[in-house]
Design a protein around this ligand. Structure first.
Ligand SMILES: Cc1ncc(COP(=O)(O)O)c(C=O)c1O
Length: 394
Protein backbone atom coordinates (compact mmCIF):
# COMPACT_ATOMS: atom_id res chain seq x y z
CA UNK A 1 0.00 0.00 0.00
CA UNK A 2 1.23 3.54 -0.62
CA UNK A 3 -0.29 6.92 0.06
CA UNK A 4 2.63 8.76 -1.54
CA UNK A 5 1.68 12.38 -2.21
CA UNK A 6 4.42 12.51 -4.81
CA UNK A 7 2.91 9.71 -6.90
CA UNK A 8 -0.56 11.23 -6.52
CA UNK A 9 0.63 14.64 -7.69
CA UNK A 10 2.97 13.48 -10.47
CA UNK A 11 1.60 10.26 -11.90
CA UNK A 12 -2.15 10.79 -11.62
CA UNK A 13 -3.53 13.40 -14.00
CA UNK A 14 -4.89 16.32 -11.99
CA UNK A 15 -8.23 18.05 -12.46
CA UNK A 16 -7.66 21.07 -10.26
CA UNK A 17 -4.73 23.09 -8.88
CA UNK A 18 -5.85 22.42 -5.32
CA UNK A 19 -7.11 18.87 -4.75
CA UNK A 20 -8.71 17.89 -1.45
CA UNK A 21 -5.67 15.71 -0.59
CA UNK A 22 -6.66 13.41 2.22
CA UNK A 23 -5.55 9.77 2.18
CA UNK A 24 -8.16 7.07 2.65
CA UNK A 25 -7.32 3.61 3.89
CA UNK A 26 -10.80 2.35 4.70
CA UNK A 27 -14.43 3.40 4.45
CA UNK A 28 -17.42 2.03 6.32
CA UNK A 29 -20.97 3.38 6.66
CA UNK A 30 -20.80 7.18 6.81
CA UNK A 31 -17.11 7.18 7.80
CA UNK A 32 -13.80 7.44 5.96
CA UNK A 33 -10.53 6.60 7.74
CA UNK A 34 -7.03 7.86 6.97
CA UNK A 35 -3.94 5.62 7.34
CA UNK A 36 -3.13 7.57 10.53
CA UNK A 37 -6.52 6.58 11.94
CA UNK A 38 -8.20 9.99 11.54
CA UNK A 39 -11.96 9.58 11.07
CA UNK A 40 -13.98 11.73 8.70
CA UNK A 41 -17.76 11.93 8.44
CA UNK A 42 -18.54 11.77 4.72
CA UNK A 43 -21.31 14.34 4.33
CA UNK A 44 -21.18 14.26 0.53
CA UNK A 45 -21.34 10.49 -0.11
CA UNK A 46 -18.39 10.65 -2.53
CA UNK A 47 -20.46 13.23 -4.50
CA UNK A 48 -23.80 11.50 -4.48
CA UNK A 49 -22.58 7.91 -4.77
CA UNK A 50 -22.62 6.25 -1.35
CA UNK A 51 -26.31 6.79 -0.64
CA UNK A 52 -26.50 3.55 1.37
CA UNK A 53 -23.14 4.24 3.01
CA UNK A 54 -19.72 2.86 2.18
CA UNK A 55 -19.25 -0.89 1.83
CA UNK A 56 -22.75 -1.92 2.82
CA UNK A 57 -22.44 -5.61 3.87
CA UNK A 58 -25.29 -6.72 1.57
CA UNK A 59 -23.58 -5.05 -1.39
CA UNK A 60 -20.15 -6.42 -0.51
CA UNK A 61 -21.62 -9.95 -0.23
CA UNK A 62 -23.36 -9.62 -3.63
CA UNK A 63 -20.13 -8.41 -5.25
CA UNK A 64 -18.15 -11.32 -3.77
CA UNK A 65 -20.75 -13.83 -4.90
CA UNK A 66 -20.64 -12.51 -8.48
CA UNK A 67 -16.82 -12.37 -8.50
CA UNK A 68 -16.81 -16.07 -7.62
CA UNK A 69 -19.03 -16.84 -10.64
CA UNK A 70 -17.75 -14.69 -13.49
CA UNK A 71 -16.42 -11.24 -14.34
CA UNK A 72 -16.70 -9.76 -17.85
CA UNK A 73 -17.59 -12.41 -20.40
CA UNK A 74 -18.82 -10.48 -23.47
CA UNK A 75 -19.63 -6.98 -24.71
CA UNK A 76 -23.05 -5.49 -23.87
CA UNK A 77 -26.13 -7.00 -25.46
CA UNK A 78 -24.99 -10.43 -26.64
CA UNK A 79 -24.82 -13.03 -23.83
CA UNK A 80 -27.64 -13.69 -21.35
CA UNK A 81 -26.25 -13.00 -17.88
CA UNK A 82 -28.20 -13.42 -14.67
CA UNK A 83 -26.84 -10.29 -12.95
CA UNK A 84 -27.95 -7.87 -15.70
CA UNK A 85 -31.25 -9.75 -16.20
CA UNK A 86 -32.14 -9.46 -12.50
CA UNK A 87 -31.21 -5.78 -12.38
CA UNK A 88 -33.15 -4.89 -15.54
CA UNK A 89 -36.25 -6.68 -14.25
CA UNK A 90 -36.00 -5.02 -10.84
CA UNK A 91 -35.73 -1.54 -12.42
CA UNK A 92 -38.64 -2.21 -14.76
CA UNK A 93 -40.75 -3.29 -11.77
CA UNK A 94 -39.88 -0.12 -9.85
CA UNK A 95 -40.45 2.33 -12.72
CA UNK A 96 -43.60 3.41 -14.63
CA UNK A 97 -44.68 1.21 -17.51
CA UNK A 98 -43.07 3.23 -20.32
CA UNK A 99 -39.67 2.97 -18.62
CA UNK A 100 -39.40 -0.77 -19.00
CA UNK A 101 -36.17 -1.18 -20.94
CA UNK A 102 -32.74 -0.17 -19.68
CA UNK A 103 -29.41 0.17 -21.39
CA UNK A 104 -26.53 -0.20 -18.92
CA UNK A 105 -23.42 1.94 -19.35
CA UNK A 106 -20.44 2.83 -17.17
CA UNK A 107 -20.90 6.45 -16.13
CA UNK A 108 -23.44 9.23 -15.90
CA UNK A 109 -22.12 11.13 -18.87
CA UNK A 110 -22.36 7.98 -21.00
CA UNK A 111 -25.97 7.52 -19.93
CA UNK A 112 -26.73 11.03 -21.21
CA UNK A 113 -24.80 10.41 -24.44
CA UNK A 114 -26.92 7.32 -25.07
CA UNK A 115 -30.12 9.17 -24.19
CA UNK A 116 -29.37 12.01 -26.64
CA UNK A 117 -28.58 9.55 -29.44
CA UNK A 118 -31.76 7.63 -28.70
CA UNK A 119 -33.86 10.79 -28.87
CA UNK A 120 -32.36 11.74 -32.25
CA UNK A 121 -32.93 8.27 -33.60
CA UNK A 122 -36.53 7.96 -32.34
CA UNK A 123 -37.67 11.42 -33.49
CA UNK A 124 -35.52 11.81 -36.62
CA UNK A 125 -34.79 15.36 -35.37
CA UNK A 126 -31.50 16.92 -34.29
CA UNK A 127 -32.32 19.96 -32.14
CA UNK A 128 -31.75 19.61 -28.40
CA UNK A 129 -33.07 21.96 -25.72
CA UNK A 130 -31.29 22.14 -22.39
CA UNK A 131 -31.17 24.44 -19.37
CA UNK A 132 -28.73 27.14 -18.38
CA UNK A 133 -26.58 26.21 -15.36
CA UNK A 134 -27.25 22.49 -15.90
CA UNK A 135 -24.56 19.83 -15.62
CA UNK A 136 -24.85 16.62 -17.62
CA UNK A 137 -21.28 15.33 -17.80
CA UNK A 138 -17.86 15.96 -19.25
CA UNK A 139 -17.76 14.09 -22.59
CA UNK A 140 -18.41 16.08 -25.78
CA UNK A 141 -22.16 15.46 -26.11
CA UNK A 142 -22.97 15.92 -22.44
CA UNK A 143 -20.73 18.98 -22.26
CA UNK A 144 -22.55 20.43 -25.27
CA UNK A 145 -25.87 20.30 -23.41
CA UNK A 146 -24.42 21.49 -20.08
CA UNK A 147 -25.09 25.11 -19.22
CA UNK A 148 -21.83 26.32 -17.70
CA UNK A 149 -20.18 28.36 -20.46
CA UNK A 150 -16.88 28.72 -18.59
CA UNK A 151 -16.37 24.96 -18.62
CA UNK A 152 -17.20 24.70 -22.35
CA UNK A 153 -15.31 27.53 -24.01
CA UNK A 154 -11.97 25.74 -24.43
CA UNK A 155 -13.51 22.70 -26.11
CA UNK A 156 -15.51 24.20 -28.96
CA UNK A 157 -16.73 23.29 -31.49
CA UNK A 158 -19.24 21.19 -29.58
CA UNK A 159 -22.57 19.72 -30.78
CA UNK A 160 -24.53 22.08 -33.04
CA UNK A 161 -28.28 22.62 -32.74
CA UNK A 162 -28.43 22.99 -28.95
CA UNK A 163 -30.66 25.72 -27.49
CA UNK A 164 -30.67 26.84 -23.87
CA UNK A 165 -33.60 27.95 -21.74
CA UNK A 166 -33.81 29.19 -18.16
CA UNK A 167 -34.73 26.46 -15.67
CA UNK A 168 -38.10 26.88 -13.99
CA UNK A 169 -39.25 29.66 -16.36
CA UNK A 170 -42.48 28.65 -18.11
CA UNK A 171 -42.45 31.22 -20.97
CA UNK A 172 -39.06 29.84 -22.12
CA UNK A 173 -40.76 26.54 -22.99
CA UNK A 174 -41.89 28.17 -26.27
CA UNK A 175 -38.36 27.35 -27.47
CA UNK A 176 -39.44 23.69 -27.64
CA UNK A 177 -41.03 23.13 -31.06
CA UNK A 178 -41.81 20.40 -33.60
CA UNK A 179 -38.12 20.63 -34.58
CA UNK A 180 -36.91 19.60 -31.12
CA UNK A 181 -35.73 16.03 -30.70
CA UNK A 182 -35.48 16.22 -26.93
CA UNK A 183 -35.35 18.35 -23.86
CA UNK A 184 -32.72 17.27 -21.36
CA UNK A 185 -32.94 18.54 -17.80
CA UNK A 186 -32.06 17.55 -14.26
CA UNK A 187 -35.27 17.09 -12.30
CA UNK A 188 -33.51 19.00 -9.54
CA UNK A 189 -30.44 20.91 -10.66
CA UNK A 190 -27.54 19.67 -8.54
CA UNK A 191 -24.35 21.43 -9.48
CA UNK A 192 -26.15 24.72 -10.03
CA UNK A 193 -26.52 24.73 -6.23
CA UNK A 194 -29.67 22.62 -5.70
CA UNK A 195 -32.36 24.39 -7.76
CA UNK A 196 -35.79 22.91 -7.14
CA UNK A 197 -38.42 23.52 -9.86
CA UNK A 198 -42.11 24.22 -9.23
CA UNK A 199 -44.61 21.45 -9.78
CA UNK A 200 -46.44 23.62 -12.33
CA UNK A 201 -43.24 24.11 -14.29
CA UNK A 202 -42.44 20.41 -14.54
CA UNK A 203 -46.01 19.69 -15.66
CA UNK A 204 -45.70 22.42 -18.30
CA UNK A 205 -42.41 20.92 -19.54
CA UNK A 206 -44.05 17.52 -19.86
CA UNK A 207 -47.06 18.99 -21.65
CA UNK A 208 -45.00 21.03 -24.11
CA UNK A 209 -42.87 17.98 -24.96
CA UNK A 210 -45.96 15.86 -25.55
CA UNK A 211 -47.58 18.56 -27.73
CA UNK A 212 -44.52 18.90 -29.94
CA UNK A 213 -43.54 15.21 -30.13
CA UNK A 214 -40.34 16.00 -28.26
CA UNK A 215 -38.81 13.40 -25.95
CA UNK A 216 -38.28 14.46 -22.34
CA UNK A 217 -35.01 13.24 -20.86
CA UNK A 218 -34.79 13.62 -17.10
CA UNK A 219 -31.25 13.37 -15.75
CA UNK A 220 -31.49 11.90 -12.25
CA UNK A 221 -27.86 10.94 -12.03
CA UNK A 222 -27.40 13.12 -8.95
CA UNK A 223 -30.94 13.60 -7.61
CA UNK A 224 -32.12 10.00 -8.07
CA UNK A 225 -31.69 6.87 -5.95
CA UNK A 226 -33.59 8.14 -2.94
CA UNK A 227 -31.64 11.36 -2.47
CA UNK A 228 -34.78 13.54 -2.42
CA UNK A 229 -37.05 11.12 -0.52
CA UNK A 230 -38.54 9.11 -3.39
CA UNK A 231 -36.56 6.61 -5.43
CA UNK A 232 -36.55 9.16 -8.27
CA UNK A 233 -37.29 12.87 -7.92
CA UNK A 234 -39.74 12.95 -10.88
CA UNK A 235 -42.09 10.80 -8.78
CA UNK A 236 -42.83 13.93 -6.71
CA UNK A 237 -43.96 15.87 -9.78
CA UNK A 238 -46.67 13.61 -11.13
CA UNK A 239 -44.95 13.35 -14.52
CA UNK A 240 -43.03 10.60 -16.31
CA UNK A 241 -40.09 11.25 -18.65
CA UNK A 242 -39.62 9.47 -21.99
CA UNK A 243 -36.03 8.70 -21.06
CA UNK A 244 -34.57 8.59 -17.57
CA UNK A 245 -30.83 8.67 -16.89
CA UNK A 246 -29.40 7.31 -13.65
CA UNK A 247 -25.92 6.73 -12.29
CA UNK A 248 -23.75 7.63 -9.29
CA UNK A 249 -25.54 5.96 -6.31
CA UNK A 250 -27.14 3.39 -8.63
CA UNK A 251 -24.10 1.10 -8.35
CA UNK A 252 -23.71 1.25 -4.57
CA UNK A 253 -20.04 2.21 -5.02
CA UNK A 254 -19.23 0.49 -8.34
CA UNK A 255 -19.37 2.26 -11.72
CA UNK A 256 -22.64 1.65 -13.51
CA UNK A 257 -25.25 3.97 -15.01
CA UNK A 258 -28.22 3.55 -17.31
CA UNK A 259 -30.57 5.28 -19.67
CA UNK A 260 -34.04 3.85 -19.41
CA UNK A 261 -36.88 4.17 -21.92
CA UNK A 262 -39.60 2.09 -23.56
CA UNK A 263 -38.96 -1.21 -25.30
CA UNK A 264 -40.27 0.36 -28.54
CA UNK A 265 -37.86 3.31 -28.38
CA UNK A 266 -34.89 1.07 -27.61
CA UNK A 267 -35.53 -1.04 -30.72
CA UNK A 268 -34.19 1.82 -32.83
CA UNK A 269 -30.59 0.93 -31.94
CA UNK A 270 -30.91 -2.46 -33.67
CA UNK A 271 -31.29 -1.18 -37.25
CA UNK A 272 -30.34 1.72 -39.55
CA UNK A 273 -27.61 1.34 -38.41
CA UNK A 274 -27.48 -1.96 -36.60
CA UNK A 275 -25.40 -1.67 -33.38
CA UNK A 276 -26.51 1.96 -33.11
CA UNK A 277 -25.07 2.24 -29.60
CA UNK A 278 -22.51 -0.18 -28.26
CA UNK A 279 -20.27 -0.57 -25.22
CA UNK A 280 -17.73 -3.13 -24.08
CA UNK A 281 -18.18 -2.90 -20.34
CA UNK A 282 -21.77 -1.60 -20.01
CA UNK A 283 -23.73 -4.00 -17.80
CA UNK A 284 -20.62 -5.46 -16.22
CA UNK A 285 -21.94 -8.34 -14.08
CA UNK A 286 -20.16 -7.33 -10.87
CA UNK A 287 -21.52 -3.79 -11.15
CA UNK A 288 -25.02 -5.13 -11.91
CA UNK A 289 -24.91 -7.40 -8.84
CA UNK A 290 -23.82 -4.43 -6.73
CA UNK A 291 -26.61 -2.21 -8.16
CA UNK A 292 -29.28 -4.84 -7.52
CA UNK A 293 -28.10 -5.29 -3.93
CA UNK A 294 -28.20 -1.49 -3.51
CA UNK A 295 -31.86 -1.34 -4.59
CA UNK A 296 -32.62 -4.21 -2.20
CA UNK A 297 -30.98 -2.35 0.70
CA UNK A 298 -33.03 0.77 -0.03
CA UNK A 299 -36.19 -1.32 0.16
CA UNK A 300 -35.28 -3.60 3.07
CA UNK A 301 -34.08 -0.77 5.30
CA UNK A 302 -36.98 1.58 4.44
CA UNK A 303 -34.47 4.31 3.70
CA UNK A 304 -36.79 6.47 1.60
CA UNK A 305 -39.23 6.99 4.45
CA UNK A 306 -36.51 8.47 6.66
CA UNK A 307 -35.09 10.97 4.18
CA UNK A 308 -37.45 13.89 4.85
CA UNK A 309 -37.22 13.80 8.66
CA UNK A 310 -33.43 13.53 8.53
CA UNK A 311 -33.29 16.42 6.07
CA UNK A 312 -35.49 18.53 8.37
CA UNK A 313 -33.25 17.74 11.35
CA UNK A 314 -30.20 19.06 9.46
CA UNK A 315 -32.13 22.19 8.51
CA UNK A 316 -33.29 22.80 12.08
CA UNK A 317 -29.81 22.38 13.53
CA UNK A 318 -27.91 24.35 10.89
CA UNK A 319 -28.71 27.83 12.15
CA UNK A 320 -25.97 30.43 11.87
CA UNK A 321 -26.10 34.19 11.28
CA UNK A 322 -23.73 33.94 8.30
CA UNK A 323 -25.89 31.42 6.43
CA UNK A 324 -27.80 33.35 3.77
CA UNK A 325 -30.03 30.58 2.47
CA UNK A 326 -30.44 26.80 2.63
CA UNK A 327 -31.98 25.07 -0.39
CA UNK A 328 -32.96 21.48 0.31
CA UNK A 329 -34.72 18.58 -1.28
CA UNK A 330 -34.69 15.51 0.97
CA UNK A 331 -31.04 15.02 1.91
CA UNK A 332 -29.60 17.20 -0.86
CA UNK A 333 -28.55 20.63 0.40
CA UNK A 334 -26.94 23.83 -0.84
CA UNK A 335 -25.92 26.22 1.93
CA UNK A 336 -25.32 29.77 0.74
CA UNK A 337 -22.84 32.29 2.14
CA UNK A 338 -21.80 35.75 1.04
CA UNK A 339 -18.62 34.71 -0.81
CA UNK A 340 -16.79 31.84 -2.45
CA UNK A 341 -13.76 32.54 -0.22
CA UNK A 342 -15.82 32.02 2.87
CA UNK A 343 -17.21 28.77 1.47
CA UNK A 344 -13.68 27.52 0.75
CA UNK A 345 -12.57 28.38 4.28
CA UNK A 346 -15.56 26.51 5.73
CA UNK A 347 -14.85 23.43 3.61
CA UNK A 348 -11.17 23.49 4.73
CA UNK A 349 -12.08 24.02 8.39
CA UNK A 350 -14.65 21.22 8.30
CA UNK A 351 -12.00 18.92 6.83
CA UNK A 352 -9.62 19.71 9.71
CA UNK A 353 -12.43 18.99 12.16
CA UNK A 354 -13.27 15.67 10.48
CA UNK A 355 -16.31 16.46 8.32
CA UNK A 356 -16.28 16.32 4.53
CA UNK A 357 -18.41 18.84 2.68
CA UNK A 358 -17.68 20.29 -0.75
CA UNK A 359 -18.40 23.09 -3.18
CA UNK A 360 -20.52 23.06 -6.39
CA UNK A 361 -19.35 23.24 -10.01
CA UNK A 362 -21.55 26.15 -11.02
CA UNK A 363 -22.35 27.98 -7.78
CA UNK A 364 -19.31 28.98 -5.78
CA UNK A 365 -21.16 30.77 -2.95
CA UNK A 366 -22.51 27.58 -1.41
CA UNK A 367 -21.31 24.24 -0.18
CA UNK A 368 -23.10 20.96 -0.58
CA UNK A 369 -24.28 18.41 1.91
CA UNK A 370 -25.56 15.09 0.59
CA UNK A 371 -24.89 12.55 3.34
CA UNK A 372 -25.47 8.81 3.10
CA UNK A 373 -29.19 8.21 3.68
CA UNK A 374 -28.28 5.77 6.47
CA UNK A 375 -26.95 8.60 8.67
CA UNK A 376 -28.54 8.44 12.15
CA UNK A 377 -30.05 11.36 14.08
CA UNK A 378 -27.13 11.24 16.54
CA UNK A 379 -24.66 11.41 13.65
CA UNK A 380 -26.59 14.34 12.14
CA UNK A 381 -26.33 16.20 15.46
CA UNK A 382 -22.59 15.53 15.69
CA UNK A 383 -22.07 16.61 12.04
CA UNK A 384 -24.01 19.83 12.52
CA UNK A 385 -22.05 20.74 15.69
CA UNK A 386 -18.81 20.31 13.74
CA UNK A 387 -20.13 22.26 10.74
CA UNK A 388 -21.24 25.16 12.94
CA UNK A 389 -17.79 25.19 14.53
CA UNK A 390 -16.22 25.25 11.03
CA UNK A 391 -18.51 28.13 10.02
CA UNK A 392 -17.51 30.03 13.22
CA UNK A 393 -13.82 29.43 12.51
CA UNK A 394 -14.17 30.69 8.94
C1 LIG B 1 -26.82 15.63 -12.98
C2 LIG B 1 -25.57 14.94 -13.45
N1 LIG B 1 -25.55 14.40 -14.67
C3 LIG B 1 -24.46 13.78 -15.13
C4 LIG B 1 -23.30 13.68 -14.38
C5 LIG B 1 -22.09 13.00 -14.94
O1 LIG B 1 -21.88 11.78 -14.29
P1 LIG B 1 -20.45 11.08 -14.37
O2 LIG B 1 -19.49 11.91 -13.59
O3 LIG B 1 -20.67 9.71 -13.77
O4 LIG B 1 -20.09 10.99 -15.82
C6 LIG B 1 -23.29 14.26 -13.10
C7 LIG B 1 -22.07 14.21 -12.27
O5 LIG B 1 -21.89 14.96 -11.34
C8 LIG B 1 -24.45 14.90 -12.62
O6 LIG B 1 -24.48 15.48 -11.41
Amino acid sequence: MTFSKEIFLNNLAPTSPNPYLISIEKAEGIYLYSPEGKRYIDLISGIGVSNIGHRHPHVVAAIKEQVDRHLHVMVYGEFIQSASNLLAKKLADLLPENLNCCYFVNSGTEANEGALKLAKRVTGRTEIVSCRKSYHGSTHGSLSVSGNEVKKMAFRPLLPDVKFIDFNVIPDLETITHHTACVIMETIQGDAGVRIPDKLYMKAVRQRCTETGTLLILDEIQCGMGRTGTLFAFQQYDIVPDILTIGKAFGGGLPIASFVSSYENMQSFTHNPMLGHITTFGGNPVCCASALATLEVMENENLLEQVESKGKLFETLLKHPSIIEIRRSGLLFAIDFNSADRVNRIVQNAKELGVICYSFLSHSNSFRIAPPLIITDAEIKESCEILLQAIDNA
